[in-house]
Design a protein around this ligand. Sequence first.
Ligand code: PGA
Length: 260
Amino acid sequence: MRVIIKPDYESVSAWAAEYIVSKINAFAPTENKKFVLGLPTGSTPLGVYRELIKMYKEGKVSFENVITFNMDEYVGLPADHPQSYHYFMFENFFNHIDIKKENIHILDGMAKDAQLECENYEKAIAGCGGIDLFLGGIGEDGHIAFNEPFSSLTSRTRIKTLTSDTIKVNSRFFDYDISKVPTRAMTVGVGTIMDAKEVIILANGVKKAKAIYHGIEGAVSHKWTISVLQNHQHGIIVCDNEAASELEPDTIKYFKDIEK
Ligand code: PGA
């Protein structure tokens, strides 16, 4: 695992955006060979999306031949609901770049047959040859996508019931009214994320420090689903000093040293 420790949120976002752009450009995607990118929502990736939009506008990257798969979506929220992840992605990223609509994949939270929707999502990912790079954030409880604590580490796309902690944390997007927060979501599984050729997880702020500690120094455990990244051949955690603040000084020294 690589761990990149940056001083603040802006430098975490800039590092991740530059890395993603370098990967897309090195891949040199074409109509017949598209780059497949997994994407998150939440507060954390906003800085990366802003940087990617800026780099697109500066002509440093094109998303014309990029396929995207989002991590998750709330069950019961239509795409035009301002708190749906569909809405979030178009508002904060897709509307500002040259991605083709047919290359965007987001789980349909209103699907009549949710099970089938999840199965088809896995098939669509496989049909595109798998995900080249999966970008994600983490929850305070160490969840990746909506894979809450004790999710199977080999799980695939499915419906998950959200924990009361996650509902409380996410209520900030729903006027702090817990009753407005959907209680279930469709989410890619831990196994789906682990199948990506490369995974980058972002974390900033002291609220994520415990999850980062368990993810990097803890044992691999379904209690902290982030910890399974230790088993990925190309896993990268990019975090700021605050999120790294519960790591042992030796750990920080090691990762800073090796990145020199
Ligand atoms: P956040 O959420 O980026 O809004 O902190 C991350 C997550 O819950 O995965």
